[in-house]
Design a protein around this ligand. Structure first.
Ligand SMILES: Nc1nc2c(c(CN[C@H]3C=C[C@H](O)[C@@H]3O)cn2[C@@H]2O[C@H](COP(=O)(O)O)[C@@H](O)[C@H]2O)c(=O)[nH]1
Length: 530
């Protein structure tokens, strides 16, 4: 924001004092303010800048590649782990799944090597990062645990022990920040109960009021809201890895989400097809774009570390995939018995939760009147853990990564129809995590000052809420907006392209390039080379 531009917060205070404040009391605005705040960050940033030539070139190549891949909301459901109607998930089950997932969609960074870091074994594969979260939710549903049912989070059966079981690791490293994730789930359960549930959703005998529990969920969510866990230092580590190239942490095996990338990943480097123009361009801009975090580690080389029960369950699930239909009206009990024939000590009797749908999140969605912006504002207003805000250069800035990614994921999961229809989805911005800034830098869009570049390369860590973190995230939002504008300018027919699709595309690109950058092994081989 330049000196002669009005501060929106000040303006709002003036409006309130004059009694002309908008929107009127009780009405939720559909303006999230994220884009305006990103503009403010970009205009005042001194350590992150946007290269206009790089932006133009990236826009051209992104659009070309999106066209080539027919990139759309449909792509979301092609992810192997994402829930879809063809697997028996109904609209409400998908909504509750995505809501649960995006409550917990933060901080998967680990300092351990790819072999040692947190992994989830599910259906014969090992998953890391974001995918480990999705896999753990799918695995829990297969086991009959109603992990995506808000009512369940508040029930006695949803003990710390049960949740530790849900997010259990196939390695010695547990899921990062388990206590904070548990608190966030319970806090969200309480918020939904207080603001959006009706009596049919509840089972008062079983639920435990937040106040009756020993823990204090507000602590962790405040920490998240303050950025302590949301992105923080993890993406700085990742950016450093991106700049420095592969470290000694090696991948034993790689596969990625899409079939195409699976095929690529199963080939030796010498037989891999040529990378796309986008990849070539990226590698010209930054020759060492790869880093040391595998998305999926095949079970083949790692199976020796596996917990026997988990292996048995995954194998069973592979033979006979079962969907527990959490929140839907039926449940495949036979399949669940089959799958959970291992250690069932921690598995609660969750079938009642599964059978009775929980519509609290549906009511939250309905309160937004099909406005993505309103929904984001509702989330930030009611749920402390979705309030991703900072102070930067004399003003509060909202980045709202997970609130926006939830709306975007749900929109994509339902292809913008039914409950997933939003008339202003184009108002969402890119989701400021650590992955997309990294790929924007390697594409030559984001440029770092020497001190920031040095910090990323050498020390790796930046305190949460530090001006550099805000600059990296805010400038990424603005950069994706510039890319979007350039695409629309050059291709007026590209009416479907918005920041959400560009973000998803860039995230997927980051994962594909991660897989391509490392040697991989054929399934069945024990290890791969360093
Ligand atoms: N900006 C942006 N950030 C995203 C995603 C996603 C996954 N979205 C799915 C939906 C559509 C896409 O096609 C994906 O299938 C995860 N993340 C963030 O990355 C980080 C984890 O990274 P890693 O450790 O490498 O898995 C973590 O902070 C997580 O919150 C995205 O789409 N955009």
């Amino acid at each position: 924001m330049s000196d002669d531009e009005a501060d929106p917060e000040l303006l709002e205070l003036l409006r309130q004092s004059l009694g002309i404040s908008r929107p009127t009391h009780g009405e939720v605005s559909s303006d999230t303010g994220v884009l305006r705040d990103a503009d403010h960050v970009y205009s005042n940033a001194i350590d992150v800048s946007i290269d206009m030539y790089g932006t133009k070139a990236a826009a051209a190549e992104i659009y070309r590649s999106m066209q080539e891949k027919s990139y759309s909301t449909e792509t979301w459901s092609q992810h192997e782990l994402h829930p879809r109607t063809s697997e028996g998930f109904d609209e409400v089950a998908i909504l509750n799944f995505v809501f649960t997932m995006d409550l917990l969609n933060f901080s998967f960074w680990s300092e351990l090597s790819s072999e040692e870091r947190y992994q989830v074994e599910y259906r014969g594969k090992r998953w890391t990062g974001y995918n480990s979260l999705v896999a753990s939710l799918r695995r829990a549903l297969d086991e009959g645990i109603a992990i995506t049912t808000p009512r369940f989070w508040r029930s006695q059966r949803c003990s710390d022990e049960t949740l530790a079981h849900v997010f259990r690791s196939a390695t010695a490293e547990p899921i990062p920040l388990l206590d904070e994730r548990i608190s966030i789930l319970r806090e969200a359960g309480d918020v939904l109960r207080e603001n959006f549930a009706s009596d049919e959703d509840e089972d008062e005998i079983e639920v435990v009021k937040g106040a009756e529990r020993d823990d204090d969920p507000s602590q962790s969510s405040n920490a998240i809201a303050n950025g302590e866990f949301d992105e923080g230092s993890e993406y700085i580590e990742s950016l450093r890895a991106d700049i420095d190239g592969p470290t000694d942490d090696r991948i034993l095996a790689n596969t990625t989400d899409t079939q195409a990338t699976n095929e690529l990943a199963s080939q030796t480097p010498s037989t891999r097809p040529e990378p796309s123009n986008l990849q070539v361009q990226a590698e010209v801009v930054d020759a060492s774009t790869s880093h040391d975090r595998p998305e999926i580690a095949s079970d083949s080389g790692l199976a020796s570390n596996a917990n026997t029960n988990t292996a048995v369950q995954s194998e069973a699930a592979n033979e006979q995939p079962a969907i527990a239909h959490a929140n839907s009206s039926h449940i495949d009990v036979t399949s669940i018995d089959h799958i959970t024939n291992g250690d069932t000590t921690h598995i609660p009797d969750a079938q009642q939760d599964s059978v009775r749908p929980d519509h609290a999140v549906v009511r939250l969605i309905q309160r937004a009147d099909r406005s993505a912006g309103k929904l984001v504002n509702l989330l930030a207003h009611h749920f402390p853990s979705f309030r991703d805000e900072y102070r930067f250069e004399g003003r509060k800035v909202r980045l709202l990564k997970r609130a926006q990614i939830f709306v975007a994921d749900f929109w994509a999961a339902l292809n913008g129809s039914g409950l997933g229809e939003f008339h202003d989805i184009d108002h969402l911005t890119m989701f400021a995590d650590y992955r997309v800034p990294q790929v924007l830098h390697s594409l030559g869009v984001l440029v770092f000052s020497p001190p920031l570049d040095h910090r990323i390369r050498s020390l790796g860590r930046i305190e949460s809420g530090h001006t550099w973190e805000v600059q990296l995230r805010g400038c990424s939002i603005w950069a994706v907006e510039l890319i979007r504008r350039e695409i629309v300018r050059a291709h007026p027919e590209a009416t479907q392209v918005n920041a959400v699709l560009i973000d998803f595309f860039l995230y997927d690109l980051a994962k594909e390039r991660e897989a391509l950058a490392f040697p991989t092994i054929e399934p069945g081989a024990a290890t791969t080379s360093a």
